[in-house]
Design a protein around this ligand. Structure first.
Ligand SMILES: [Zn+2]
Length: 118
């Protein structure tokens, strides 16, 4: 399962950070997730719960922040946010002039942005 291996690598990353920082306990992991990352938020949360319960980080909360998909239009020289969802209605067009653009600037991310350590 794709999300399980991602959840486990997040936990490993956080656990290494904790050792480096000398903290005693991780309270929360803050992650940014874009819809183009291919990771399903609900599946990641479920996989995380499963994976973390078997580690000494059990109890640490995973907070997932949704990152919008943005594209750049060279005609308008503007970055706009795509409306719609990945369910089929997401169209890669400029929000200002409507021109098709595949120049994605965000939305493919899966990043551990911060941690709360006790
Ligand atoms: Zn445009």
């Amino acid at each position: 399962m794709h999300e399980l291996s991602i959840a486990m690598s997040l936990i490993e990353l956080a656990s290494n950070e904790l050792k480096r920082n000398g903290g005693s306990k991780i309270l929360a992991l803050n992650v940014k997730l874009g819809p183009l990352s291919g990771v399903v938020k609900e599946a990641l949360l479920a996989a995380y719960q499963l994976a973390v319960s078997e580690t000494d980080m059990s109890g640490a909360v995973l907070n997932v922040e949704d990152v919008p998909v943005t594209v750049f239009c060279s005609d308008c020289n503007q970055i706009s946010t795509l409306s719609g969802s990945l369910g089929g209605s997401l169209r890669f067009v400029c929000g200002y002039c409507g021109k098709a653009t595949g120049d994605v600037r965000s939305g493919a991310d899966l990043d551990l942005v911060s941690m709360e350590i006790d």
